[in-house]
Ligand binder design. Structure first.
Ligand code: SAH
Ligand code: SF4
Ligand code: F3S
Length: 448
């Protein structure tokens, strides 16, 4: 079999990162090896996101580049997968006739077959069929090489929440959970290949298993925590409305569960939350945070925020700033509201001007910078446990890098480096010397 090269460009959320790994796995039996330079590729795949207009534009601009590559090498196969592919389907080929394959968010199990067929008949294919159930998808094969320390595992697909601004339910389909045995077995394989931290992925992990009558999410966490050799468990994303007392108990009982939760609130105004169809109030959100803090007083909380949702007034936005101060988030991903096809908010009145959106975004990011600088500098002089992920060139030479349980990046040097053992994959105590806006810097001392 000829060796062929595949280049995968991934845009979007962690789900797409996981799916791109799957693409590599299913294409391997056809002889495709992944490469880092698009110019070396026989097959280019762009795995796309459409959550905001900007993400969609990024996909089309990358596809535009492949046109020149295809001119140079007419044998090159160009494929588009993921959420833009699902949304646009065959329309992409009309707009960009040099695209050969369009495959949607549920088609990954058919990707190898599509590519193999195209290699022979060179007939373009569009596959945006969504009816493939999660249980019909083949289990990912165990890794045959060493894997990175921190890995993603998708536990469910789709979303049933229909937040009024969001396109995800339309491009990812209905919520479906994977069988817990398959999840635990995939995690065992990853740990055997070197993983020490697993992030469980879903659009709304708190509703895991409920529809199918499988075990619930807290029970899944307990089962995953039993995997020997696994040091840390994280998850994303959890919807505040479904955060159950069982999850709080899991935080109380499971030391492997990291001291962090990403709990997107989106807005601090009840009026806006209602129009967003989030199904919780500001007080509900604060109540959930309080119950988490009861069992983990120093838990780190991060959030997504949308500014400039239709009808959002300056007073509404002030309530968002006020909530950010009250919760003391450790990090915020803030986005300007973007109209998306199919999402009900497209038709909402009171669209906010671009200028006001920018002003609000800047104000929110300034506040988050101030808070995170304050929080990070409070770590100076303390010792944090770091799961070491690698080594890279930093300020003043080679540094080790990893993350604390509360998900802060920690870069550090070791007092005595010569002859000392490898650190990647180990949890080590690091003395923090400086809290920077987005990371902590320290030293691993021999006496701590
Ligand atoms: N399922 C996850 C979010 C997935 S999308 C959850 O509910 O938390 C990631 C983030 O993108 C969302 O949390 C939201 O803040 C943002 N987002 C989604 N649609 C958007 C839109 N139309 N405009 C701007 N931001 C959006
Ligand atoms: Fe979108 Fe809401 Fe579903 Fe998250 S929970 S993916 S924001 S519809
Ligand atoms: Fe984007 Fe699709 Fe993820 S729209 S955020 S890649 S689910």
């Amino acid at each position: 079999m000829n060796k062929k090269c595949v280049y995968i460009y991934t845009i979007g959320c962690q789900m797409n990162v996981y799916d791109s790994e799957m693409f590599k796995k299913v294409l391997k039996p056809l002889g495709y090896i992944p490469v880092d330079e698009v110019e070396d590729a026989d097959l280019v795949i762009v795995n796309t996101c459409t959550v905001r207009k900007k993400a969609e534009e990024k996909a089309f601009s990358f596809l535009g580049r492949t046109r020149a590559l295809k001119k140079k090498n007419p044998e090159l196969i160009v494929a588009i997968g993921g959420c833009v592919a699902q949304q646009e389907g065959a329309a992409i080929m009309r707009r960009m006739p040099y695209v050969d394959l369009v495959f949607g968010t549920r088609a990954y199990s058919r990707l190898a077959e599509m590519v193999a067929r195209f290699e022979v008949d060179r007939m373009p294919v569009v596959d945006v069929e969504m009816s493939t159930g999660i249980s019909e998808e083949p289990a990912p094969p165990a890794p045959d090489h060493e894997v990175e320390v921190s890995r993603f595992v998708t536990i469910m697909r789709g979303c049933d929440n229909f937040c009024s601004y969001c396109i995800v339910p339309y491009v990812r389909g209905r919520e479906e959970s994977r069988d817990p045995h398959a999840i635990v077995s995939e995690i065992r394989d990853l740990v055997a290949a070197g993983a020490r931290e697993i992030t469980l992925l879903g659009q709304n992990v708190n509703s895991y298993g409920l529809k199918e009558g499988l075990c619930d999410f807290p029970e899944l966490l307990r089962r995953v925590a039993e995997v020997e050799g696994l040091e840390r468990i994280r998850f994303a994303t959890s919807h505040p409305k479904d955060l159950s007392p069982g999850l709080v108990e899991a935080y109380r009982d499971l030391p492997k569960l990291c001291n962090h939760i990403h709990l997107p609130v989106q807005s601090g105004s009840n009026a806006v939350l209602k129009k967003m169809n989030r199904k919780y109030t500001r007080d509900d959100y604060l109540g959930r945070i309080e119950s988490l803090k009861k069992v983990r007083p120093d838990i780190s909380i991060t959030s997504d925020m949308i500014v400039g949702f239709p009808g959002e007034t300056d007073a509404d936005f002030e309530e968002t700033l006020d909530l950010v101060r009250e919760v003391g988030f450790s990090g915020i991903f803030a986005f300007k509201y973007s109209d998306r096809p199919n999402a009900p908010a497209v038709k909402y009145e009171g669209k906010v001007s671009e200028e006001a959106k920018s002003r609000r975004l800047d104000a929110l990011l300034d506040l988050e910078k101030e808070l995170s600088e304050k929080r990070n500098s409070s770590y100076t002089g303390t010792v944090v446990d770091v799961l070491v992920e690698g080594r890279r060139e930093g300020r003043g030479g080679l540094q080790w890098t990893g993350r604390s349980s509360c998900n802060r990046v920690v870069n550090f040097v070791r007092e005595k480096e010569e002859g000392a053992p490898e650190l990647v994959g180990k949890v080590v105590p690091v003395y923090i010397e400086e809290g920077l806006p987005h990371s902590l810097r320290g030293t691993m001392k021999s006496d701590i």
